[in-house]
Design a protein around this ligand. Structure first.
Ligand code: NAD
Length: 497
């Protein structure tokens, strides 16, 4: 019998009254492994009510107690990270070592949030005016919603909820319906760590569930990660209902290779960043911009390396796993067809890959196109699959113009041995996260993650200082404790003295 995945509300499983359910497949075999109940608007009400009821006492819990629970969560996660990695591989398909890497990067944010007593410290000014002191504090917002994409079942929610919880908020997590189990595992881990019931809740679902969260009057803030059209919808809907919103969207990341670069390093990194997680990363490199006369050699080197990759079931030590669903596989294949029709040179064709897997998994092998131009759909659209496009340009300026004309601005990288050129790229490129000889420049947890343009809607990026600000609001207290009686009536605007 198919396993049914329920919601997690107020510290226990909750079946829900929604009539819909989503199918969860193992992408490596194509088999249905579970069904996730979808939350109706009424179910969302129940989850938000639990989060609202838990909020006052959690917000009033001392920082010492809160950080203690964070530390316990961190220890449990460290000890049992393999379990989480195998859940990710089972539903997403990425290879086990990559799933473990995802958990480790999420863990970094937990560790950052363990330092909340220090991070949240305000300022204090004694005697700002005569007998007047001023101090600032940051307070939690209330129930907040975190809505995540399929491609990072654990890490993306962990960009947000550790900081939200550590700063005293309560959370309703709605992870992608394609990969619902990691969220449930994390909920149970929180309970084991001693988090009070109702502080961390999980609901499953699609558009109806998301929209109920976006418009719920008791949800104070929304952290969203997903495709650009949905991010726009989330931003406009939730801000219209008065919420604080950060909505991270899609991407098309360019890696620029200057002629002086170490081309072996560049080829290695293009392959790692283009095909890791079967290209299903918002920081994947999908365009390699070869500048000047390095193009032929670079394409040869990328081709050689691409041909060595083993595609298959992520539990078998392969390099690359499947796409997440049959629909994703078909979409990626149709882009490869389009690239051929549009006149790009297909150097490595992943359409007929023979995977190391049993069953009918959703595989497309690593695919390399050369001579791609900016008008082709394989260049313009976010394919979100293992398709790497090489665009040839003559100069660094042309490369910069190409990157800056993209409607996306998530990540980019330059490969060069010339510090001046790297510095010029860094200052002139209009992208939120920049790598120099590093293809996937995901910031450490104590910096903030986020793109520009159509890759992020809102003012604050994820985690780091931005995360702390997003999940708290500032209060400044000006106080006077006069030595002697009050100074009488004076309607003049208060001045400092
Ligand atoms: P998606 O936009 O289809 O789904 C994201 C979330 O929104 C899911 O929880 C889904 O249930 C929900 N959703 C889907 N359609 C909706 C609708 N019409 N109305 C309301 N909610 C809806 O994205 P995905 O396919 O799960 O994830 C891949 C996308 O996420 C890619 O575009 C990728 O670039 C992006 N992404 C971006 C970042 C980033 O940091 N910028 C990180 C990871 C993924």
């Amino acid at each position: 019998m198919t396993r049914i995945i329920e919601h997690w509300i107020n510290g226990k499983l909750y079946q829900g009254a929604g009539s819909e359910a989503g199918v969860v497949t193992d992408p490596a075999t194509g088999l249905v492994i579970a069904r996730a109940n979808f939350a109706s608007a009424d179910d969302v009400d129940v989850a938000v009510a639990a989060a609202a009821a838990a909020f006052p006492s959690w917000a009033a819990t001392s920082l010492a107690r809160r950080s203690n629970i964070m530390f316990r969560f961190r220890e449990l996660l460290n000890a049992r990270s393999d379990e989480l990695a195998s859940i990710i591989t089972a539903e997403h398909g990425k290879v086990l070592s990559d799933a473990a890497g995802e958990v480790a990067r999420g863990q970094e944010v937990v560790e950052f949030a363990c330092g909340v007593p220090h991070l949240i410290k305000g300022a204090y000014t004694s005697s700002a005016s005569t007998q007047v002191d001023v101090h600032s504090i940051r307070e939690p917002l209330g129930p907040v919603a975190v809505i995540g994409p399929f491609n990072f079942p654990a890490m993306v929610p962990m960009w947000f909820f550790p900081i939200a919880i550590a700063t005293g908020n309560t959370v309703i997590l709605k992870q992608s319906e394609k990969v619902p189990s990691a969220a449930m595992w994390l909920a149970e881990l929180w309970q084991e760590a001693g988090l009070p019931d109702g502080v961390f809740n999980v609901v499953h679902g699609g558009k109806e569930t998301v929209d109920a969260l976006l418009t719920h009057p008791d949800v104070q803030a929304v952290s969203f990660v997903g495709s650009t059209p949905v991010a726009k919808h989330v931003y406009t809907t939730a801000t219209a209902s008065g919420k604080r919103v950060q909505a991270l969207g899609g991407a098309k990341n360019h890696m620029v290779v200057l002629p002086d670069a170490d081309l072996d390093l560049a080829a290695d990194q293009a392959v790692n960043a283009g095909y890791g997680s079967a290209g299903q990363r918002c920081m994947a490199i999908s365009v390699c911009v070869a500048v000047g006369d390095c193009a032929d050699t670079l394409v040869d080197k990328i081709r050689e390396r691409t041909l060595t990759l083993r595609t298959g079931n992520g539990r078998r030590g392969c390099d690359m796993g499947p796409l997440v669903t049959a629909a994703s596989r078909d979409r990626v294949r149709s882009y490869i067809d389009a690239g051929v029709t549009e006149g790009a040179t297909l150097v490595v064709d992943g359409r007929n890959v023979t995977p190391d897997a049993d069953g009918e998994g959703f595989f497309v092998g690593p695919t390399l196109f050369d001579h791609v131009t900016a008008d082709m759909s394989i260049y313009r659209d976010e394919i979100f699959g293992p398709v790497l496009c090489v665009v040839r340009v003559s100069t660094h300026d042309e490369a910069l113009a190409l990157v800056n004309n993209s409607p996306y601005g998530n990540g980019t990288a330059i490969f060069t041995n010339d510090g001046r050129e790297a510095r010029r790229f860094e200052s002139q490129v209009q992208v939120g996260m920049v790598g120099i000889n590093i293809p996937v420049p995901v910031p450490m947890a104590y910096y903030s993650f986020g793109g520009w343009k159509n890759s992020l809607f809102g003012d604050t990026h994820a985690h780091g200082t931005d995360g702390l600000h997003f999940f708290t609001r500032a209060k400044v207290v000006t106080s006077r404790w006069p030595d002697q009686g009050h100074s009488g009536i004076d309607l003049v605007f208060p001045r400092n003295a």
